[in-house]
Design a protein around this ligand. Structure first.
Ligand code: ZN
Length: 297
């Protein structure tokens, strides 16, 4: 283990967290910049890294983002509602501005990589990380590599079955009954109504939310066969009752179809994040480390 300094960016819709650290995940310094237009925000970030002697940089970005090196749009933010960022060559500008190798992935793949390398999934190779917040994102790691394919997984948009009588509109502009549209934070808020913003305080909505998330998890378990599932994001983080309910309902839905030691130990199979909110930044550090390793080959 050397003491090389790696840069990390967790690029979110409202703020950019920039940090430097060692490749063992130790974060040495961090700063936060509001997400404005690229012309304002990116020079400020490049400036932050200018005197930090970084040898590589990892970028975990809001998506959709082109993460496949064979894609001519590689490193660009794609069709985001944030107009100023559409088609923006985020990685290219960082490579030119910082003069170091840059590794890029989605924010949720970054969080998954953080937990895989340093946290709740350390030592495993096939893991998914779900974040339930303003949207639902799913990071997927298969055989120790983040899953990309033609783009990257968008598994928050799998279709689910609504509970009888649930006619609350979907908050997804493309789908009337995808998981994100029915179970992300804004949809939960619609169900809770104006006078309550605490999911724990409404047992009926809580139960329904757990059932919806369990439908998503069942699909991910069947399709990706993960060794562990990490359930993070604002909704589960603020609702301690949710995780046990999701475990129970996921097993109910699977209904004995799969029999594995992992599922028999469900409390160790579906778990909370373990890195105190640092999984994104630490995953970006690992993205940077991997970019440096690739550049030195
Ligand atoms: Zn959708």
């Amino acid at each position: 283990m050397s003491d090389r300094i790696i840069g990390a960016i967790e690029a979110g819709g409202t703020k950019m967290v920039c940090a430097i650290g060692h490749e063992n995940g130790e974060v040495l310094d961090r700063a936060s910049f509001p997400t404005l237009a690229p012309a304002e925000t990116v020079p400020a970030m490049i400036d932050y890294f200018a005197d930090k002697n970084i040898e590589a940089l990892g970028l975990a970005a809001f998506g959709p983002v082109a993460v496949n090196p064979a894609d001519p749009r590689y490193g660009r933010i794609l069709n985001t509602p944030k107009i100023a960022w559409q088609n923006y060559d985020f990685m290219g500008d960082l490579v030119r501005g910082c003069g170091v190798p840059v590794g890029i992935d989605t924010d949720v793949n970054g969080a998954c990589l953080g937990e895989l390398t340093f946290g709740a999934a350390k030592g495993l190779t096939d893991v998914i990380y779900i974040t339930v917040g303003t949207g639902i994102g799913v990071g997927v790691c298969i055989g120790g590599q983040m899953l990309h394919g033609m783009l990257h997984p968008e598994a928050g948009h799998v279709l689910i079955e609504r509970a009888p009588g649930d006619d609350v509109p979907s908050t997804c502009h493309c789908h009337t009954r995808c998981l994100e549209g029915i179970a992300a934070g804004p949809a939960v808020q619609l169900r809770l109504g104006e006078n309550n913003n605490v999911l724990s305080a409404d047992p009926e909505v809580l139960e329904q939310e757990a059932g919806y998330l369990a439908q998503g998890l069942m699909t991910y378990i069947l399709a990706y066969s993960p060794q562990r599932i990490i359930l993070g994001g604002g909704v589960p983080d603020h609702t301690p009752e949710l995780l046990p309910l999701v475990r129970t309902k996921t097993l109910e839905l699977l209904n004995g179809y799969l029999s594995t030691p992992e599922l028999e130990d469900i409390d160790s199979y579906i778990v909370a994040p373990s890195l105190d909110g640092n999984q994104g930044v630490m995953g970006a550090l690992e993205l940077g480390r991997r970019a440096l390793e690739a550049a030195q080959k």
